[in-house]
Design a protein around this ligand. Structure first.
Ligand SMILES: [Mg+2]
Length: 303
């Protein structure tokens, strides 16, 4: 990783080669087998299925700025997101630090639209205060992703908030035991879809259809192989009004393949890992055993 993100400095992934190409299995190491099973389903789908609708050849992407305090890191990242018109900034540290980060991004890209991701870390009262402060100092945001954690709190916040702002739901969908059984009315306006945690393209498309809300496809910090499956999901959606969060490859100093961002967009190409990269980044033997065991257990969960 170029910078610490989600508390990690390097990303470990398993790659699967199948008849339709390459898939990725990369749940975060602390995830349970039950939660990780969907990731395996998605990786197997990527390696075995071709037949997804394709409504576009390229997908517009946002720049992603981690919760860093380093001005240099922010400058480097902003410059790497070639032509991005939208930036998603991670917040939730503390209001002053969050504001400083947002101001820095705005200063570097005055024309860009900003969206923030709180990862559900505010209480309703904190969210009320922080959102008003951010609107006062930064101006309008495109949307706020998970200002609070639970569906009920999202509803309460929406009712009590004096500013007009859209909410995107990520954890409420991805961590739901049944994403088809939840009602999102009055809680969220935009559906955040991540192909791996949701069990693949087919299931993500069914979730999108079921909830009938505008969608943003985002990464789960996958390698370029996993990202290419996310791009296929974004291309398979008949309507895509918002740019997607699939440029997180920029957060890596090295990857097993590359996605070039051009004019704020990534083209859809089938991805094959670079053999040299596979060799030089291969995990040590004991990690291979760990992954094999994990795949076995997740396979059992899938039945
Ligand atoms: Mg999120």
């Amino acid at each position: 990783m170029r910078t610490k993100f989600r508390g990690i400095t390097s990303r470990e992934v398993a790659l699967i080669e199948g008849p339709a190409g390459w898939g990725e299995f990369s749940p975060f190491l602390e995830y349970s087998d039950a939660e990780s099973a969907n990731w395996l389903k998605s990786g197997i789908e990527a390696a075995t299925s071709h037949d997804f609708p394709k409504f576009r050849d390229e997908v517009k992407v946002n720049g992603t700025i981690p919760a860093t305090d380093s001005i240099e890191e922010i400058e480097t990242l902003v410059s790497l997101y070639q032509g991005a018109e939208v930036f998603k900034v991670k917040v939730g540290t503390d209001l002053q630090t969050d504001l400083a980060r947002l101001k820095q991004v705005k200063k570097l890209t005055p024309k860009a639209r900003l969206r923030i991701d709180v990862n559900g870390s505010w209480s309703v009262d904190e969210a009320l205060q922080n959102i008003e402060n951010i609107y006062g100092e930064i101006g309008e945001l495109e949307y706020i992703e998970q200002p609070v954690a639970e569906l009920d709190s999202l509803k309460e916040l929406k009712e009590r908030l004096n500013v007009d702002v859209k909410f995107a739901g990520d954890e409420v969908i991805r961590k739901a035991s049944d994403p088809f059984a939840i009602t999102l009315d009055g809680a969220i306006d935009i559906l955040m879809l991540k192909v791996a945690p949701l069990g693949g393209i087919k299931r993500s498309l069914e979730i999108a259809q079921h909830h009938n809300l505008p969608v943003v496809v985002s990464s789960a910090l996958e390698s370029a192989i996993g990202i290419s499956h996310g791009l296929r999901l974004a291309a398979a959606l008949p309507k895509l009004e918002y740019v997607c969060g699939l440029a997180t490859g920029t957060l890596f100093t090295a990857d097993v393949a590359t996605h070039e961002i051009r004019d704020g967009a990534i083209s859809l190409t089938s991805q094959t890992p670079n053999l040299e990269a596979l060799e030089s980044f291969a995990a040590p033997r004991e990690r291979l055993e760990w992954w094999r065991e994990r795949i076995k257990r997740c396979w059992e969960v899938l039945g």
